[in-house]
Design a protein around this ligand. Structure first.
Ligand code: FE2
Length: 313
């Protein structure tokens, strides 16, 4: 069964769009992920699928009227900026919202750059509300997610990350479990290379094996304000031993939630778009002070077609 029937059971609006069913991890890929905290799945998606995702985000961006918003919301991965997360960000978990490169805005929060180029990312529920992203997550990515080893995989969050040519900012070193925390740890990220990526246009960097270090920080929120606080280890994350992960169009990188990774700014003439899904295990506890919460009574999306019973909101 494709995405449409299952999501009807969740009470979401659905359409009949169904995507190609992708593949599971091979045992070699699974073993590599377990050992290193990441794996590159070569040629997971087709060029056409990547192109469809890009075209759809461009359509959404073109339809977005920046003048209709009181103030646009910048997104920066710098630690000191995380705590400036506003209500627009903190309530974006179940919505499609637009975040902009900080340097693409003037002091009044208006864009000073071409809209498509100024876009930093769109998140965090494209896969819940948009047919194109929904079919990619529920049909194409599903077998791969299921082969990662979750008891009850929850496709919690997706982001289309633009990192546009001559505009996309750096993403400093971090562990994804800092932002989507479960007890025990279960978060994994699936990062699709929509464009070819290398060191010149801001590819991913990862420290192999760093998923075995402690979780340094947690981004906690009371719903109004968020703070990045020390969790299991004080100090800065290590950067030694980082390796670049050059990827071709359609390659899929899977990241364990504790693995240290980052990407540089894109000062090249080539865009470096990516579509990222974060999955948690619904069998794990999802604390109330995680920033991403759904309104009371609205269940998280689930591959199992049933509401996750353990999350708080
Ligand atoms: Fe990340």
């Amino acid at each position: 069964m494709g995405v449409a029937g299952g999501l009807l059971a969740l009470g979401y609006d659905t359409a009949s769009t169904e995507g190609r069913v992708g593949r599971s991890l091979t045992s070699e890929e699974s073993d590599f992920l377990t050992k290193n905290g990441y794996v590159v799945v070569k040629g997971f998606a087709t060029k056409n699928e990547c192109n469809q995702l890009q075209k759809r985000i461009e359509q959404l961006a073109d339809e977005f009227d920046p003048n209709a918003a009181d103030r646009l919301s910048p997104f920066s991965s710098h630690e000191e900026d995380r705590e400036k997360s506003d209500d627009y960000f903190l309530t974006s978990g179940d919505k499609i919202r637009f975040f902009w490169e900080p340097h693409a805005m003037d002091e009044n929060g208006k864009l000073v750059m071409n809209k498509r180029q100024a876009l930093n990312k769109v998140g965090h529920a494209l896969h819940v509300h948009d047919d194109v992203f929904r079919s990619f997550v529920y049909d194409t990515l599903r077998p791969c997610v299921e082969s990662v080893g979750f008891k009850q995989p929850i496709p919690l969050q997706t982001m289309y990350i633009c990192k546009s040519q001559r505009a996309g900012g750096e993403v400093t070193a971090h562990q994804d479990s800092s932002f989507l925390y479960t007890e025990p740890l279960s978060t994994h990220g699936l990062w699709l290379s929509v464009h070819q990526a290398d060191e010149s246009n801001g590819c991913l960097w990862v420290i192999p094996g760093s998923h075995s270090i402690p979780l340094y920080k947690r981004f906690v929120s009371d719903g109004k304000q968020a703070v990045l606080r020390t969790h299991e280890h004080k100090g800065d994350l290590p950067l030694e031993g980082g390796v670049p992960l050059p990827t071709e169009i359609g390659d899929l990188v899977i990241l364990h939630g504790n693995v240290v990774h980052w990407s540089e700014a894109n000062m090249s003439d080539r865009p470096r778009h990516a579509y990222m899904l974060h999955v948690i295990d619904g069998a794990c506890h999802y604390p109330e002070d995680n920033w991403l919460q759904y309104p009371p009574g609205k269940p998280f999306p689930s591959y199992d077609r049933v509401a996750a019973s353990t999350h708080s909101s």
